[in-house]
Structure formats: structure tokens, C-alpha cells
Design a binder for this molecule. Structure first.
Ligand code: 13P
Length: 283
């Protein structure tokens, strides 16, 4: 496994018109599935560590597990902190060997968000680590981040310009209608807003809530400038479906066999996403 600077990976993607999948693992099997998919399709992948992984395994331990599993897999990976909840947590990820960090201050006022994001950037820059920032709260539940429909808001062009100019963030996440988790109705993505923002922000743009979106909407988002697509829910659902099927079909089956089957099924799901995002053979 080789580790790559996330900024290099995403700037190439934005320049060349494809997106890199940023996948959230939750255990050894999902880590292995993401790495194998990268190897099989010669695709760069981002493994993003969220709050649940951090609480369960620890920050440095998560990096060590990825490295240990990756030893025998020829994958190209950037390890990223997803929804970093404090300046201290982002700093800790930087010292734990992550290739990039997200600081999520989207629940704060713009002033406060800008202030904290700049602080994270200052610390990260000293270590050559790029930073993802966000404005406009994205609805749904992502690990420990809960945002109701009422709290969510579509990012305005003015907010986007202000935030990017004041912080000079490396990757920019904002709210355009996607949500974390399972959709109860077809999402309405504000493509006009994405087009406007992409017209003035040349940094790689990030789409959160990348599960459950139609292939057509994903392709359109990429054509308008999205370079990083976050996918968590679709992998979790695939893992659970696989385990359930194995147990239903053979309740006396060996644990190792059902976990191997889950690795295979999640890997195929990751490969589907990589092909859709256009990042196959981009190593
Ligand atoms: P989904 O769970 O909807 O795929 O969103 C993942 C995400 O945006 C992680 O930050």
C-alpha cells in the first residue's frame, strides 16, 4: 500500500474531471474491502476515519490497522479525518499519521467557523497536511453528528466565497441538498448552486452524503466540479446485508467464512462506486 497526499490526489481529480471516493470503514473487514477495491481497479481511495472508529479503536490505532492490513495489498490510499469535532482532534490526527483532516465547524457562526478552521490550517500547514472545511449544515446522522432538517441550510454563493477567501481551505464541503444516512425520499440536489460555487471556487469540492444518490445525479455533480464523494451508509448497508444473508443461509457457518464473504461484497460495492466516480486507473 502506498499513502498519497490527499491534496495531490484531489487536485488531479478536479483538473481531470473525475471524483475520488472517500469511504468510511467501521472494522477490519471494511478497511480490507476498500484497500482491495483500490488494488483491483488501480484507483486512489480515501479512507476516512469518523468519530465512531475513533471512539472504538483510537486514532493512531486506526492508522496502524490500515497500514497493517495494507502491507500485503497494492492499494493507493490517503487517510483522512472525517468531521473532526475540535481543533485538538484535528491536531491529534495530524500527529497520528493522517494525510488530511476535516474540521467541521458548520454548526458554528461563520465567524467562529472561520476562526477555528484557520487555526487548524495553521497547525496542519506546518506539517504539510491539507484541510477540508465545511459551511452549511448537512442534514442526517453521520456517526456522532446529528443535524435535523430544520437546522440544515443550503449554502449561499456569498457564504461560500466568504468562507473560502477567509480560510483558503484546501477542500471545500458545503450543503446542496444531500444528507447523511438513508434517504426517505429522493434528494433534491441544488445543481445551480453547485454550478455557481464551482464557477468561483477552484479548490476540490466535496460532496457529503454520497450514498443513495442516483448514478445520473452523481455524474452530474462530478461534471460540475465535485472531486471527493463521501460514502458511508451504502457500505454499512452492504456489510449488514451480506452478514444477514450468510447467517440466514447457513446459521452453522464459520465466522471467518461469513466475514470473508462480507469483505468480498463490500469490495464489490466500493468498486461500483469507483467506476461510477471515474477514478479507475487513476493511480
Ligand atoms: P453517507 O453516510 O450518506 O454515505 O454520507 C457519508 C458522509 O458524508 C461522511 O462524511
Amino acid at each position: 500500500m502506498q499513502q498519497k497526499n490527499t491534496k495531490e490526489v484531489l487536485e488531479k481529480a478536479r483538473r481531470e474531471g473525475y471524483a475520488v471516493g472517500a469511504f468510511n470503514p467501521h472494522n477490519l473487514e471494511t478497511i480490507k474491502a476498500i484497500l482491495l477495491a483500490s488494488e483491483e481497479l488501480r484507483a486512489p481511495v480515501i479512507i476516512q476515519i469518523g468519530q465512531k472508529m475513533i471512539n472504538r479503536y483510537g486514532m493512531e490505532e486506526s492508522v496502524n490497522v490500515i497500514k497493517a492490513i495494507g502491507k500485503s495489498i497494492d492499494a493507493t490510499v490517503s487517510i483522512h479525518l472525517d468531521h473532526g469535532n475540535s481543533i485538538e482532534q484535528a491536531e491529534s490526527a495530524i500527529h497520528s499519521g493522517f494525510q488530511s483532516v476535516m474540521y467541521d465547524g458548520s454548526h458554528l457562526s461563520i465567524e467562529e467557523n472561520v476562526k477555528n478552521t484557520k487555526k487548524v490550517i495553521e497547525i496542519a500547514k506546518a506539517h504539510g497536511i491539507p484541510v477540508e472545511g465545511e459551511i452549511g449544515q448537512i442534514p442526517g446522522v453521520e456517526d456522532e453528528v446529528h443535524v435535523s432538517e430544520d437546522e440544515a441550510s443550503i449554502t449561499t454563493l456569498e457564504e461560500a466565497i466568504e468562507f473560502v477567501n477567509l480560510t483558503n481551505i484546501d477542500f471545500f464541503a458545503f450543503s446542496i441538498g444531500t444528507a447523511h444516512g438513508v434517504y426517505t425520499k429522493e434528494p433534491y440536489i441544488h445543481f445551480d448552486r453547485l454550478r455557481e460555487i464551482a464557477g468561483v471556487v477552484s479548490h476540490p469540492l466535496v460532496l457529503h452524503g454520497g450514498s443513495g444518490i442516483s448514478d445520473e445525479m452523481i455524474r452530474k455533480s462530478i461534471s460540475l466540479g465535485i472531486a471527493k464523494i463521501n460514502v458511508d451508509t451504502d457500505l454499512r448497508l452492504k456489510f449488514k446485508e451480506s452478514i444477514t444473508k450468510s447467517i440466514t443461509e447457513n446459521s452453522y457457518g464459520h465466522l471467518t467464512d461469513l466475514l470473508d464473504q462480507a469483505v468480498y461484497d463490500v469490495k464489490e460495492k466500493v468498486k461500483e462506486k469507483i467506476i461510477l466516480f471515474g477514478s479507475e486507473n487513476q493511480v
